[in-house]
Write a protein that binds this ligand. Structure first.
Ligand code: XIL
Length: 377
């Protein structure tokens, strides 16, 4: 265990997911002594990206920025050689965890900082990976100059337009999918009209403009709505369905809907994930799982029990199977692959072990569950 770190206030409200029956099939290969993990292997047949069916992208967040800046290690993506090696070997899609968010890429009104984002996009190209851009219109991780600035409506609109045109334009042709709008609805399926500066100041139509501007800047990129708590059929995902139908009818360039899937073993697996993705697919949209992790309450020792790791592996496997089962769900991303850099212990007090590898890159049952599910697909 690492030393205790400050716990952030929970911006991220945990939504009690509709309780689906918990099934815990015994996974083959799990029955080793605690902590049930294996060392890393370099064999080709042990790689997620190699096991993935043609045209299916298996991705990870690329650690850097955000909570990492407050930790006692250097930037993971630039400094951790082993991390980079596994990143290139295992995945054929990458998502900047923080490096394309407003606070990172647009730190001052008249200054963009593309260094970290450029490095990821270059790495992706060298490793024949696609990139998911994240994100353009959000209520969180915006710079103070924006949130606390005193701008007229016209100025704000121009600021957003310039941002989208500049950022999307810079990477045009090099980003497969953009999370254009992130987390615009609350848990009840109401637009975040207070927290989200753009919707608050400019009204809901700004979301439409954001998609149009992004499409102009990169006509090839698939443009997504992305959110948490939308794995199931519920008020929030219903709100997205209604909004997307409306926008498509108006000819707005919306191409995808994605479920972040920050799951917890405290709740049942969202057993209707497949059904939910399907109804968006039926509108002609791409769907994706974009930020999967499965956190758990850690025992006193800090080491998860075998039963916990088995339950976690089951959630990973079911999330992947749901995506694989849906036409148009071609992108499946986990929110980091090693506990060494996971955001979970920083944001969720007492919880952790949410990724598929331990802090020293040992493979957990969840890794094997993904690998074998991809091989069977
Ligand atoms: C998280 C990052 O993992 C942290 O490093 C950062 O401090 C906060 O944001 N939904 C999202 C992601 O869309 O951008 C968030 O990422 C997790 C929740």
């Amino acid at each position: 265990m690492r030393p205790a770190r400050p716990i952030r206030s929970l911006r991220f409200t945990t939504v009690a997911l509709a309780t689906a029956a918990l099934t815990l099939p015994l996974l083959s290969g799990v029955a080793t002594a605690e902590p049930s993990v294996e060392r890393h292997s370099n064999a080709k047949h042990d790689r997620l990206r190699v096991a993935a069916p043609d045209g299916f992208f298996v991705g990870t967040a690329v650690a850097g920025g955000g909570h990492h800046l407050e930790q006692d290690y250097p930037d993971p993506f630039t400094h951790d050689k082993k991390y980079r090696k596994i990143l290139g070997q295992q995945f054929n899609s990458v998502s900047p965890e923080n490096q394309m968010k407003w606070e990172a890429i647009h730190p001052e009104r008249d200054r963009y900082d593309f260094a970290a984002a450029d490095a990821i996009v270059d790495f992706a190209e060298r490793h024949r990976q696609v990139v998911r851009g994240h994100t353009l219109l959000w209520h969180s991780q915006n710079p103070a100059w924006l949130e606390q600035g005193d701008f007229s409506k016209d100025e704000l609109r121009a600021i957003l337009r310039d941002h989208i045109t500049t950022v999307v334009g810079r990477y045009a042709g090099r980003i497969q999918q953009w999370d254009v709008a992130n987390e615009i609805f609350d848990g009840e399926g109401k637009l975040r009209t207070q927290e989200n500066i753009w919707i608050r100041e400019l009204g809901p139509d700004i979301v439409t403009d954001a998609f149009r501007w992004a499409h102009e800047a990169d006509p090839e990129a698939q443009l997504f709505f992305n959110d948490y708590g939308v794995e199931s059929v519920n008020a929030k995902s219903d709100a997205y369905l209604a909004l997307v139908k409306d926008l498509l009818a108006q000819g707005v360039p919306v191409h995808g809907f994605s479920a972040q899937a920050h799951l917890s073993t405290r709740y049942g697996f969202p057993g209707d994930l497949e059904q939910n993705l399907r109804r968006f697919g039926a509108l002609g949209l791409e769907t994706a799982v974009t930020e999967l992790d499965v956190r758990m309450d850690l025992p006193e020792s800090g080491v998860p029990t075998r039963a916990q790791l088995t339950q976690q592996a089951d959630y990973y496997q079911r999330a992947l199977s749901a995506c694989l089962a849906v036409d148009g769900c071609n992108s499946f991303t986990i929110w980091g692959f090693t506990d060494k850099y996971s955001w979970v212990p920083v944001f969720f007090e007492g919880e952790g072990s949410a990724t598929v590898m331990t802090e020293d890159f040992g493979r957990k049952p969840a890794f094997h569950a993904l690998l074998s599910t991809l091989k069977r697909a």
